[in-house]
Design a protein. Structure first.
Length: 254
């Protein structure tokens, strides 16, 4: 993926990593469309950041994805980058099925079915572009589990393998599949997490991501240095120590 000259749609980018990445990509000479569920928030983002386009989309709703895809492609027929940013993260207690089942199911719908449906809605168009990218968003927790978020961990592991598999299938097309693998970043993904001293500052994370996109345009995985501790624990042979350290520093752990 080139760092500039793209038209980029980022569903789930009204806050956190998504919005920060949208603004950095816009500043680097890209046309960026921000997607989200709340119309009033989209209106505020458009007013505060001239040049950003917005579209309402609920990635848990197939009809909303279809409608948003039609709207985006009608307004931006040169779209060549899709970033499947939308995601949720919830703590779960698996001692009590009544307390976690609904949350687990909604996590899978948002974090796994959402990206699958988004790719399905855009892949035919992206194949018509001479240089296109699908950027999926997994997590360092795809490779080492945080004990309080089982369904989130599993959903991101699914996204990792989905990315690997779709990349193989689309190798004969103009569409590249790039996987962004964030570590713990200071956002509101979990309550109070934006103040977690163990998490990476958001600006620092996005700066490193944009630098990696620029310096490694052919990368299959975008990995900031801080995620490699989680990403490669099994390969290094210290997976058990990684899992222990990860959960020892978790402020929500038990």
């Amino acid at each position: 993926m080139d760092i500039s000259g793209n038209t980029v749609f980022i569903p789930g980018s009204t806050s956190g990593i998504g919005l920060a990445l949208a603004l950095r990509l816009q500043a680097r000479g890209n046309t960026v469309i921000v997607g989200g569920r709340r119309a009033e928030l989209l209106e505020r983002i458009a007013a505060e950041h001239p040049g950003l386009d917005t579209v309402r989309i609920d990635t848990t709703d197939p009809a909303s994805i279809t409608a948003a895809a039609k709207q985006v492609l009608a307004a931006h027929p040169d779209l060549n980058v899709l970033v499947t940013m939308a995601g949720v993260m919830h703590a779960e207690d698996w001692h009590d099925p009544a307390s976690f089942l609904a949350t687990a199911e909604s996590t899978v719908v948002t974090n796994v079915l959402g990206p699958i449906r988004l790719i399905a809605a855009f892949v035919e168009h992206l194949r018509t572009r001479p240089d296109a990218t699908v950027m999926t968003v997994s997590s360092g927790l795809a490779f080492a589990p945080l004990k309080i978020t089982p369904s989130y961990n599993a959903s991101k592991a699914a996204i990792h393998m989905l990315s690997e598999s779709v990349r193989l299938q689309l190798a004969d097309t103009s569409v590249k599949v790039v996987e962004l693998e964030p570590p713990s970043v200071r956002t509101a993904l979990l309550p109070g997490h934006e103040d977690n001293e163990h998490a990476m500052p958001l600006d620092e994370f996005v700066t490193e991501v944009v630098d990696l996109i620029e310096t490694r345009p052919d990368a299959k995985e975008i990995q900031v240095e801080r995620v490699k501790f989680l990403r490669y624990g099994e390969a290094r042979g210290d997976y058990d120590q990684v899992v222990e350290a990860l959960n020892a520093t978790d402020p929500h752990g038990k």
